[in-house]
Design a protein. Structure first.
Lengths: 415, 105
């Protein structure tokens, strides 16, 4: 009997465990470890500050999402000893034959000087990538009477890279409905050279921030936050004042990955980008946001990659070579406010393009364009997540990216 | 795909002038590009940063961020702002023949 140990029962870990139950021989034991029994629908966090989703609605039991054939151990992970093939938990030690790291990424506001100062943290400076942060931010949004709102990305990579943009669009909508939009000065602050950095996307969507009177501060490398004067201070000397700061802190891998010496400088596990196998240890893999693969940290990537990964993993488990290659496929909706959304589909080699995305049940959806149908797709995804994605059911979209329906970059016209 | 020619060097670039093939880059070419973008002569300090970027990108497939330059390369971010004024992340990737740092869209 071989022991497969999955660390993390989030999107990737849960999907993987449920798929491995069917794919591996019945003699395999599958154990998943997580610190608690709270599985959050993380795309829902974005909507909590605007009151369109309640905090209760995003949370379900982790155990309830797992096949009864999977054992869930609820305990904190302390460290991994890859040579001894053991994982130390707070209360016990587990051994494994195969280890899959699926503990995702953690927002680390403590990595930016001044950000967690008690004068501002969760009083005028908030994150929304945690349930607690989103709940605290809702109160601040409800009582905000006007002033400078900054939506800020500390540094790349971040989980769900389009969420800050979505936040900006939804904030514009939110304050417009409250009839105080003219009193709110919204600025989107990014370390990159634009809100859209890929050529086709910036050509097609360059208008959207200006269209919503959202200012843009680019190439902003933050040195610290000044909690006294409530300013972001850049390494280049720029200072950006705020009344309400919505920041995406530095994203890092789990602390035990760093402490076990298995992560890169940000604690992400270096893996082969096609097979997700650790570059250090043959029997260790990393799935979902926990790895360092050069594509978006997003649920869709976890979904597509696990599809490919299961075929490879079952081969490796049987002592055979891994013959399948993941292409970095990502697919995500960008909620753009006003009841519309945009859709992106891309991979390691192909940037987000225009055209259409075929979905067999509901017909083609428009890419890089604001439409009502995309918004409906985004809303419908919540049910798809719980009922199809986590149980490991087949979705009516291709696993690897397809060029069907897409307009090649060189044929894209300015809009 | 457009290309640039400087002296005897021809290299493929994207719409913004960034190299699309890191193998077409060379040190003498970087010297010429540096003087064209107003940095002037590249010192040892400039070269240490550019070489780290190229080595790191060869390993990871991704142009390193300023943070990674600091934590992995032990560079002082303020000094990078002095060496490559204005937008060091973008300027350094350009001079190192690498893609600029990008998001997903």
């Amino acid at each position: 009997m071989s022991k497969v140990l999955i660390l993390g029962a989030g999107t990737a870990g849960t999907m993987l465990a449920n798929k491995l139950v069917k794919a591996l021989p019945p003699t395999a034991s599958i154990t998943v470890v997580d610190k608690d029994d709270d599985h959050d629908y993380q795309p829902g966090y974005l909507f909590i500050p605007f009151g369109t989703i309640t905090p209760e609605r995003v949370r379900r039991s982790r155990k309830a999402q797992l096949s009864p054939k999977v054992e869930l151990v609820t305990d904190a992970i302390v460290s991994v000893d890859p040579k001894a093939r053991t994982v130390e938990l707070k209360t016990r030690t587990l051994s494994y034959d195969w280890l899959v790291i699926a503990t995702g990424t953690t927002p680390r506001p403590d990595m930016t000087e001044g950000l967690t100062d008690e004068r501002i943290w969760r009083k005028s400076a908030f994150d929304f990538y945690t349930r607690d942060g989103a709940i605290a931010l809702k109160k601040a949004m409800d009582s905000f009477k006007g002033g400078k709102l900054l939506i800020h990305i500390t540094e790349m990579p971040i989980k769900c890279p389009v969420a800050p943009l979505e936040f900006a669009f939804l904030a514009d909508d939110f304050f417009r409905h409250k009839k105080i939009r003219h009193l709110v000065d919204i600025t989107y602050v990014t370390p990159l050279d634009g809100a859209f950095t890929k050529p086709v996307a910036s050509k097609k969507l360059g208008y959207v921030l200006e269209d919503r009177s959202i200012r843009l501060a680019t190439d902003f490398a933050i040195e610290r936050v000044d909690p006294e004067t409530k300013k972001l201070v850049g390494f280049d000397g720029r200072e950006i004042p705020f009344d309400l700061l919505v920041t995406v802190p530095t994203n890092m891998g789990a602390q035990y990955v760093i402490d076990s010496g298995m992560g890169d400088d940000l604690g992400f596990v270096p893996v082969d980008k096609k097979t997700l196998q650790s570059l250090q240890y043959e029997n260790v893999f990393a799935v979902g946001d926990a790895s360092n693969i050069p594509t978006s940290k997003a649920g869709s990537v976890a979904h597509f990659s696990i599809h490919v990964f299961v075929d490879n993993f079952t081969a490796a488990y049987a002592g055979k070579p891994m013959t399948h290659a993941f292409d970095g496929h990502a697919n995500c909706f960008i909620e753009s406010g006003r009841g519309k959304a945009m859709l992106l589909d891309f991979n390691y080699d192909t940037e987000p393009l225009t055209g259409s995305f075929p979905v067999t049940t509901i017909g083609p959806m428009s890419l890089l364009k604001e439409t009502r149908l995309n918004h409906i797709g985004k809303l419908a995804f919540e049910q798809i997540y719980w009922q199809m994605l986590l149980p490991g059911r087949h979705l009516p979209v291709p696993t690897l990216m397809s060029m069907a329906g897409k307009v090649p970059a060189e044929k894209t016209k300015e809009s | 795909m457009p290309s640039n020619t400087i002296a005897e060097y021809t290299f493929a670039v994207n719409e913004e002038g960034f190299f699309t093939n890191r193998e077409e880059w060379s040190e003498p070419l970087a010297e010429m590009l540096a003087s064209m973008v107003g940095i002037g002569e590249l010192t040892d300090a400039h070269w240490a940063a550019l070489r780290f970027m190229r080595d790191d990108q060869a390993k990871t497939g991704v142009t390193p961020t300023l943070r990674r330059m600091q934590t992995q390369g032990k560079f002082d971010v303020k000094q990078l702002f002095t060496l490559f004024p204005g937008k060091p992340a973008k300027m350094m990737s350009y001079l190192a023949g690498l893609p600029k740092p990008v998001g997903c869209v």
